[in-house]
Design a protein around this ligand. Structure first.
Ligand SMILES: Cc1cc2nc3c(=O)[nH]c(=O)nc-3n(C[C@H](O)[C@H](O)[C@H](O)COP(=O)(O)OP(=O)(O)OC[C@H]3O[C@@H](n4cnc5c(N)ncnc54)[C@H](O)[C@@H]3O)c2cc1C
Length: 462
């Protein structure tokens, strides 16, 4: 079959691929996307959206259990896992169809199949399918769960973080291997639904790259909810199926038993078996290095999303896909990783942007200011006053270097700090902006005020 010509081809229709494709089509390029399974990638089908849909159900249960504190009597609240998973599936299907509609409306050609480079400009779809040719090609193949060596072979009762989202029988006991964003989020959701959860993390703190004080606060909250967090756990040596579930043995001899084990110990880039050897890019099995325009070292081959490493987050992948599209269309767009917000939808939410206090103080003269939510009007009204907002500020210039939030809607609040950082708005710019009362957003105002010794709802420093 003759090769089809496009200006830009995305290999993978996840967040980086589908948003990049739509932006490229807006800019008038002839665009194709090759997708092996489902449009929307891990984020839409097995990540961000399914977890948030299930979390929304868990939140209702979580709140129902506290209903008495709000003066509401609910005689029985319990999860119906089948209905929760069905609701999640309906949401995912609807959003997937939306992307397909957007592709059609933007005249983007979608090829369903597995793509493999046969030359730096050509991709074959499936073993003997058509070859499509692109002036420029973007590798947006994403990532997959990394399996600890002990679980290289499947063991019944051990699932990946992605497969966990289709488990429709709530396990009584759940052991999660990995205390990063994905592991803690699943821990929090499962505990809210009623599982007894233990998390094993090899490093000294959960979320090892995040601000120490804020993570310690979150760890305290999760423990108070009955979640067992084990830091500095030694390596997992073996997993054995038992009649009640699985027993996991660690290198130091400790064992942990649970009905279900979830693997959330990092991710690997999808760079094997995509024909990289035919492009001159020697990174099969590894993350692909790129410059600020997402260009690889081979001319006219770009890469974006999880496959380039760094923060493996959908909103980073979105932006990288868009940067590729704009650069390919001749616009002067480039990535700036200084302001990357991170989010963790635990109960309550955790979100951060920029540098932790420790990193900031290693790199700059920097000071941190905190505002606890106890005296915050909206937090109290919501019955969710456990949490804090922290701002890390350059001592000499006043520039905001980092923001860390625990509390209701933390992931929304951190966007204001991100916007300020990206546009070099000083804390005074936040202070001079009237914030609606009562809102959680006022907590950002208060911490900005605190950084100028103007906080209204914090006790004066002696
Ligand atoms: C449980 C979980 C929860 C998460 N929650 C969040 C969250 O709340 N917020 C957030 O920002 N991030 C979250 N993430 C991370 C987010 O899902 C990823 O960062 C994001 O999906 C990366 O997008 P991507 O386009 O790089 O790759 P992917 O989403 O991995 O998409 C890559 C696509 O390429 C396709 N593909 C691969 N190889 C080929 C090939 N050879 N031919 C054709 N197609 C191919 C795949 O089928 C896939 O659809 C979560 C992840 C997990 C696992």
């Amino acid at each position: 079959m003759a090769a089809q010509d496009y200006d830009l081809i995305f290999l993978g229709g996840g967040p980086a691929g589908y948003q990049g494709a739509i932006r490229a089509a807006q800019l008038g390029l002839r665009v194709a996307v090759i997708e092996d399974t489902d449009l929307g990638g891990v984020c839409l089908n097995q990540g961000c959206i399914p977890t948030k849909a299930i979390r929304a159900s868990a939140e209702i249960l979580y709140q129902a259990r506290q209903a008495k504190d709000y003066g509401i009597v609910i005689s029985e609240a319990r999860p119906d896992m089948n209905a929760i998973i069905n609701r999640k599936n309906r949401i995912v299907t609807l959003l997937r169809e939306e992307i397909a509609n957007l592709f059609a409306a933007n005249k983007i050609t979608l090829y369903n199949g597995r793509g493999k480079f046969v030359s730096p400009r050509e991709i074959r779809i499936n073993e003997s399918g058509p070859v499509v040719k692109g002036s420029k090609i973007v590798i947006t193949t994403g990532s997959r769960p990394k399996l600890p060596a002990a679980f290289a072979n499947p063991i019944p009762g051990v699932v990946t973080s992605q497969a966990m989202l289709d488990v429709d029988i709530l396990p009584e006991t759940l052991l999660i291997i990995g205390g990063g964003i994905v592991g803690l989020e699943i821990a929090s959701i499962a505990a809210a639904l009623g599982s007894q959860v233990t998390v094993l993390e090899e490093r000294e703190q959960m979320l090892p790259k995040e601000d120490r004080e804020t993570v310690a606060y979150l760890e305290g909250l999760m423990k108070s909810q009955g979640i067992k967090l084990i830091n500095a756990a030694t390596e997992v040596e073996a997993g054995t199926q038992t009649k009640d579930g699985v027993t996991v043995s660690l290198a130091n001899g400790d064992t942990h038993a649970a009905q279900l084990v979830v693997l959330a110990a990092g991710r690997l880039p999808n760079t094997t078996d995509i024909g990289l050897e035919n492009t001159g890019l020697d990174y099969a099995g590894g993350f692909i290095p790129v410059n600020e325009h997402m260009e690889t070292e081979v001319k006219n081959i770009f890469a974006a999303g999880d496959v380039v490493g760094g923060w493996l987050l959908a909103h980073v992948a979105f932006m990288e896909g868009i940067i590729v599209a704009e650069h390919a269309a001749g616009l002067p767009s480039s990535m700036d990783y200084r302001v990357v917000p991170r989010c963790l939808f635990t109960f309550p939410e955790y979100a951060s942007v920029g540098l932790s206090e420790e990193e900031a103080q290693r790199l700059h003269p920097a000071q941190a200011f905190t505002y606890p939510l106890q005296s915050h009007g909206m937090a109290q009204a919501l019955g969710a006053a456990e949490g804090m907002v922290k701002l890390v500020v350059h001592t000499m210039t006043g520039e905001i270097l980092g923001g860390h939030v625990i509390g209701p809607h933390a992931s929304e609040l951190v966007s204001e700090i991100a916007l300020a950082m990206r546009n070099k708005v000083m804390p005074s710019g936040i202070i001079n902006t009237i914030h609606i009362h009562p809102t959680m957003a006022e907590a950002v105002l208060e911490v900005a005020q605190a950084s100028s010794r103007k906080s209204i709802h914090s006790m004066p420093r002696s």
